[in-house]
Design a protein around this ligand. Structure first.
Ligand code: PRP
Length: 176
């Protein structure tokens, strides 16, 4: 398998800084909770949090729908719930990629049942042509074509998450 760079570290960091500034403008008051969807969003969450200059709370939620393969199974599993109550808080779900929309559709419904003040989504990557469920993403880093991408938190069979750039994974799988 080979890696082809799609988004350089520099492009990613510039865009993350822009989204952080937008969030600062959009949320002048009230508690802001940055909810990281494990595991893919961990690097975006860490960088976005530092690009936001107002106070923000962190929490983490585990959702899995992919397993080891390259496409969604359509089955969403909650693997770790939030530790904190989000009642009356502004919730910003931080996601690495919106593909079919199944994960975010499930998660936004779940969190809205807990009476937050607002629920919005920030996603680094968006593949609009893959959508099966409509999802309103307020902050999008980059719209990308329907290619399998890894890096900057995104994996293939748990590999490549620590790349600083986003790359297209080309060729046949090799599990070595
Ligand atoms: C990936 C990705 C998103 C989701 C997007 O998670 O991180 O959460 O799939 O796909 P969807 O829009 O089709 O639902 P994955 O289940 O691979 O877990 P991971 O973040 O731990 O890699």
């Amino acid at each position: 398998m080979a890696l082809r760079t799609l988004l350089t570290e520099d492009r990613i960091q510039k865009r993350v800084a822009e989204i952080g500034a937008e969030i600062d403008r959009d949320y002048p008051d009230g508690n802001l909770y940055l909810i990281c969807i494990l595991k893919g969003a961990c690097l975006f969450h860490a960088d976005l949090a530092r690009a936001i200059h107002r106070d923000a709370f962190f929490d983490f939620i585990g959702i899995s729908s992919y397993g080891r393969g390259k496409t969604t199974s359509g089955q969403v599993q909650l693997t770790k719930d939030l530790d904190i109550s989000i009642e009356d808080a502004h919730v910003l779900i931080v996601e690495d990629i919106v593909d079919s929309g199944v994960t975010l559709d499930y998660l936004t419904r779940l969190l809205k049942q807990r009476h937050p003040r607002s629920v919005e989504i920030a996603a680094l990557l968006d593949k609009p042509e893959r959508r099966l469920r409509p999802v309103a993403v307020r902050y999008v880093g980059f719209e990308i074509p329907d290619e399998f991408v890894v890096g900057y938190g995104l994996d293939y069979a748990e590999r490549y998450r620590n790349l600083r750039e986003v790359c297209v994974l080309e060729g046949e799988p090799d599990y070595n």
